[in-house]
Design a protein around this ligand. Sequence first.
Ligand code: ZN
Length: 112
Amino acid sequence: MELAKRIQCPCGTYLDKPEDYQLLFLKKELNEVDILCPNKSCFLRELGYVRFRLTSGIAEFDEASFYPPYVTWNAAQNGSKQTESVLKDHLREIVTRLIDWQRLDAKNGSSG
Ligand SMILES: [Zn+2]
């Protein structure tokens, strides 16, 4: 029997597609969107981040990455090459498709 190689959070939650992550916009003032494990009782919780910068009040992509514990855990299960390419796809989809960039623009910011 062949087991499909799946991306998984160390807590056991499978993250098969970019939609499975939970995005948290709370750190807007730090120009950062957190990528979270959807499992509320996850011990890692933060799996990665997307950074952006504001240019004339418009949010622009800066950089995105997953944190080492998540990456190395999957690399140990699936091999680093496979893991790297899948996680890269996840990040790209999150950045290009799932983040509502207009929501991050300065003019849409709440003042507390
Ligand atoms: Zn988790």
